[in-house]
Each structure stands twice: as C-alpha cells, then as structure tokens.
Design a protein around this ligand. Structure first.
Ligand code: MN
Length: 425
C-alpha cells in the first residue's frame, strides 16, 4: 500500500497523520457549530453529517443525529465500508468532482483542524482493561512476586482483564485530578487516607467495538476481528499505592477508576490493515476459541512523553510498538464473550500496558523507574519516579507506510492537584 493522493494538498506529505489512507472518525465543534461527527483529512475536519444532508453521502441522516459515532458503529461493517469508500472517493486526487470543484461545499464542509474543538468521539458503553503485554506483566510480576513467579500461571493461556469504568473515560486535553484514597505505607500497620503519591500512566491501545453479540452467544477470535470498528490511544492512569493496597483479591478498583484518557480520533480498522503482523511465538498452544488466525496484530509505533508544569520541552519516557502485545484485540474480545457476555457498540477494550524488551520501551513509570528505584532524568532538569501535579503526559502513535503515515492524534492529560483530603489523613 502506498499514499493515496488527494486534491487536498496538506493530506499528501509523508509525515501527515491524516492522509486519504487514514480518515479517522472524531467529534468536533467550532465557535459557531455544535458538536458533530467529522473525519480528519490533511489539515482539516470534514463535516460528515452535513455532507449527508447535502446529498454527498447516501446514508440515513439519523446515523449522524447525535455527536457520536455509536449509531454508525451499530449499523455494521457494510455501512462502515460504504462510508469509507465514499469518503476516499470524495478526497482522492482523481475525485468525482462534486466536492473538489465546489468552493461553497468546501467552505461549508471542511474546517481547519487548528480551529476546531475535539470531543469524545463515541459514547463509551463499557470499558474493560486487559493486561496483554508480556514484558509489562513480567516486569510488574518480578517487582511484586520475584522473577520466578513473574507471570501468573494463567497468563500464557488467556488474556487477563478486569471490568473498568466507562464513566471516567475522557478525551485528550481533559485534565486529570490526582485521586485520594487508602494506601498503606511500608512498615505501618494501618492504612492512611491521602492523595496518591505514586501516580502513573499506562501506554495502551484501545479497541472500539463496533458491533456486539447477543447474550449467551460467544464469538471466536477469527470472527471477533470483524466486530472491531477502530482503535484509539489509551492512557490508563493508575495510582500505584492505592492499587498495591486494594488489589487483592479482586484486582484494581479505585486505583484506576478515576480517569482513562483516549485520543480524539478513532482510526478505522481498515486503515490499519496494511500494518498487520503475525502473532508472537506461543509458549503453549492457545485453546481453540483463542487460536491465532491470520494477522491480528499491528506494527504501530507508540510513545509517551512527560512535560512538567510551565515547561515546553518534553522528556520521552517510552518508545515502543503495539506488536509487543501477546494477545490481539480480537482475542481479548473473544475471551470477553466466551462465557456468553454480550458486547455492545461503543465498548472499549484497553490492551494493557505496551512495554518492549528494553528499559527505554517500558510503557509506564512503575516499570521505567523500577518501582521508584531508578529515577528518570528530565530534559528540563529534575527527575521523576511518579507523576507530580502539573505534569502532562502525551501519548502518540503512528503506523508508517510507503510514503505515508496513519496517525492517531495526541492523547494528552495534565495532572491537577488532589482535592483536600478532609482532614482524615
Ligand atoms: Mn492498564
């Protein structure tokens, strides 16, 4: 696959994140327009709902009545394919001429990206976070249980996950307040109630479920792939001290319930097809419902950087790749349904922290600074083991093709100070 040229010149540079090959789904507003569905192309956002009303796209206007992509997701893969084909046709250099030659349509439908506000691209039905990164699970297990017991006995047989909160999933640019909670200081007998002192981020890929399954109807991994609408970058903010005290025996709860950030554009699954890669080597053959079929993993370069309050220079915390994951989103989705659990349009699946084999590719501060033992020097001076108030974390992701890039847009969040602890600390 090579660059699909456009008459929109800004969509043709090799490092532009939004060429015709991408066309990610978002929700935008302007000073004059209420939030609505849009698609990013070059340096602009295309107003899809208004294009439908203008007759450029032959879909029911009801699909775009709400400022979210859920109705389109629920309409299913044939609608996704039609819309994508039609948009590519409208933007292609050898385009049908209706949009390319109409200044009035262009001024109505195309808005400069740097002048729009971006909103949540979909209503999150439910959020489940997995733990599918082998290096991450090994590193965290080594820190907590020792190298011999790093991976739990189930880990190589199923994607481990927990049911998270949809209510606290926020779009990039939304500040994140440091949580209050119980933690038990080392050497103390009793817990205290204070702001978290070990606030962390997790670099993850989020899969957005487009079509669901009925209650009681499991889906296998091969079929689950077709249910995925697209992907976002996801920061699973984590309070490690709250987590360490609360996580046994039912897993993370308040340590991760306070916020999850996502990037504002859902990159279509179809846009990532050219970047599919095979599954990693398996220590054990997977059970039939999880078995690897075709290429369900992706070669997407992802990174996280940290910018302290009032600074402009960012420190790269990690640089890694989604192909480091051990379980694909399709396998996670299959495992999620295996009991008969129904998934719905707008369900969000976090991949788990994407860590690589090297120190520089560890996808969270807990690993990167090895539980607080190896501080990370900042380019602006000072160092970090965990996040401080005012710190901003920015995730980036890009799949690099032949002369083009499929980008995700940034996933940024800044840490606000905790609320007063009410004197109970
Ligand atoms: Mn996570």
């Amino acid at each position: 696959m090579s660059l699909m040229p456009s008459w929109i010149e800004a969509a043709n540079a090799p490092d532009v994140p939004f060429p015709v090959n991408n066309l990610p789904y978002g929700v935008f507003s302007t000073d004059n327009l209420a939030p609505r569905c849009g698609v990013a192309i070059g340096d602009a956002v295309f107003d899809v709902g208004t294009a439908v009303e203008a007759g450029l796209i032959k879909l029911p206007a009801a699909l775009f009545a709400e400022p979210s992509w859920n109705a389109v997701m629920a309409a299913g893969p044939s609608v996704w394919q039609y819309l994508r084909d039609r948009l590519q046709c409208l933007f292609a250099a050898d385009s049908v001429r209706d949009l390319a030659e109409s200044d009035s349509l262009q001024s109505r439908l195309l808005h400069p990206l740097d002048l729009v506000h971006l909103h949540m691209p979909f209503a999150v039905s439910e959020f489940t976070d997995f733990y599918a990164g082998r290096h991450h699970a090994t590193n965290v297990g080594t820190m907590f249980r020792g190298a011999e017991n790093a991976l739990p006995p189930n880990w190589l047989h199923m994607p481990i996950g927990y049911n998270g909160r949809a209510s606290s999933v926020v779009v990039s640019g939304t500040p994140v307040r440091r949580p209050l909670g119980q933690r038990k200081p080392t050497g103390e007998d009793l817990p205290v109630f204070t702001p978290s002192r070990r606030l962390d981020f997790e670099l993850e890929l989020g899969a957005v479920v487009g079509t669901g399954n009925a209650l009681g109807q499991p889906v296998n991994a091969a079929d689950a792939d077709a249910m995925i609408f697209g992907y976002v970058l996801l920061n699973d903010w984590s309070a490690r001290d709250i987590q360490a005290w609360e996580y046994q025996p039912l897993g993370p709860f308040q340590a991760k319930a306070f916020a999850t950030s996502i990037s504002p554009w859902i990159v279509p699954r179809a846009a990532l097809d050219p970047f599919r890669v095979p599954a990693p080597a398996r220590d054990h053959e997977l059970l039939a419902y999880l078995r690897d079929e075709g290429k369900a993993f992706y070669d997407i370069s992802v990174s996280a950087s940290l910018t302290p309050d009032a600074e402009t220079a960012a420190t790269k915390v990690t640089q890694t790749n989604t192909r480091e994951l051990y379980y694909s989103a399709a396998q996670q989705l299959a495992h999620h349904t295996v009991s008969g659990c129904p998934m719905r349009p707008g369900d969000l699946l976090g991949s788990g922290t994407i860590s690589g084999p090297t120190t520089e590719s560890r996808g969270c501060l807990l690993e990167r600074c090895w539980g607080g033992e190896q501080p990370l020097p900042l380019v602006t001076g000072g160092e970090r083991c965990f996040l401080e108030d005012g710190d901003s974390i920015t995730l980036r992701g890009a799949a690099i093709g032949d002369g083009y890039t499929v980008g995700f847009g940034e996933c940024e969040g800044t840490v606000l100070p905790a609320l007063p602890a009410g004197g109970s600390a």
